[in-house]
Ligand binder design. Structure first.
Ligand code: SF4
Length: 264
């Protein structure tokens, strides 16, 4: 897809402007695929296998097109934020970025989110056999003719819960880091509306990930009642992270994500 194709697509009024900026990128489960420009662009590219072939001209044309779009986006952002890209002091800019990143990486929310990610991995690793046993149990019940629909519903419910937990497991940390890296926000007197909105939008996506993960752990607890203690440890940790995030970003919940929060 070249620039002209993108402009042609972007002009289509069915697309919701900026909807992809504050979504969770779970397109398979997104109700707005038909209204998302990013999804439409990716779908058009998927129809052209040459784009994934390193030896084809289409691959390099695509890369050039992404470069041009990205450069354009950087120019627009710099203009909005009043940054002069030509006079950028590279040394101090890279120092600033490193400092912002280091501050975000060591922030209590990020540390707690990393810890959550690890707890999830540990739990699934240690409970591998429990899932195997549950599968055997459901198959045995199916064989002896117990309510088929209800057994399938149980299996689907477990699978859904696992998928939700796995989808957001690391995204929570990524979104928190993105918000926290907007260092200017936390520098009194340098309030910036664009950065504030971006941070709140990212935090809202992280919070939604936490809400959904909490719901999914709740579901798993119903199916694996004998694992209540270990699930409860994870739930308590995640709930503390959620509460602390809300405390530090009190405006994030009311951020209106284009499409998701603005459509009736
Ligand atoms: S808005 Fe929906 S379809 Fe578009 S990128 Fe995000 S998840 Fe995918």
């Amino acid at each position: 897809m070249d620039k002209e194709d993108i402009f042609r697509l972007a002009k289509n009024p069915r697309f919701i402007s900026g909807i992809y900026n504050y979504c969770d990128r779970w397109c398979e489960r997104c109700p707005f695929t038909s209204r998302c420009l990013t999804y439409a662009m990716e779908a058009e590219d998927n129809d052209n296998p040459a784009i994934r072939d390193l030896n084809s001209e289409a691959f390099w044309n695509k890369l050039q097109s992404i470069f041009e779009q990205t450069a354009e986006m950087i120019n627009e952002l710099a203009e909005e934020m009043g940054i002069d890209l030509n006079s950028l002091d590279m040394e101090s800019a890279s120092d600033d970025i490193s400092l912002q990143k280091a501050k975000a990486d060591s922030h209590e929310l990020v540390i707690a989110a990393i810890c959550y990610g690890k707890m999830v991995n540990d739990w699934f690793e240690s409970e591998y056999l429990s899932f195997k046993q549950k599968e055997d149990e459901l198959n045995t019940l199916l064989k002896i003719g117990l309510d088929k629909d209800s057994l399938h519903a149980d299996a689907d419910s477990i699978q859904d819960a696992v998928e939700v937990i796995r989808w957001y497991q690391h995204q929570i940390e990524v979104k928190l880091k993105r918000a926290l890296a907007q260092d200017d926000l936390f520098d009194a007197g340098k309030e910036d509306t664009i950065l504030r909105n971006d941070a709140d939008g990212s935090i809202k996506v992280a919070l939604i990930g936490m809400d959904r993960s909490i719901g999914a752990w709740g579901k798993l607890r119903e199916h694996f009642s004998e694992k209540t203690d270990s699930i409860l440890d994870i739930l308590l940790h995640l709930d503390r992270l959620r509460r602390r995030t809300e405390e530090l970003f009190p405006q994030a919940r009311s951020f209106n994500r284009p499409g998701f929060d603005t459509m009736n």
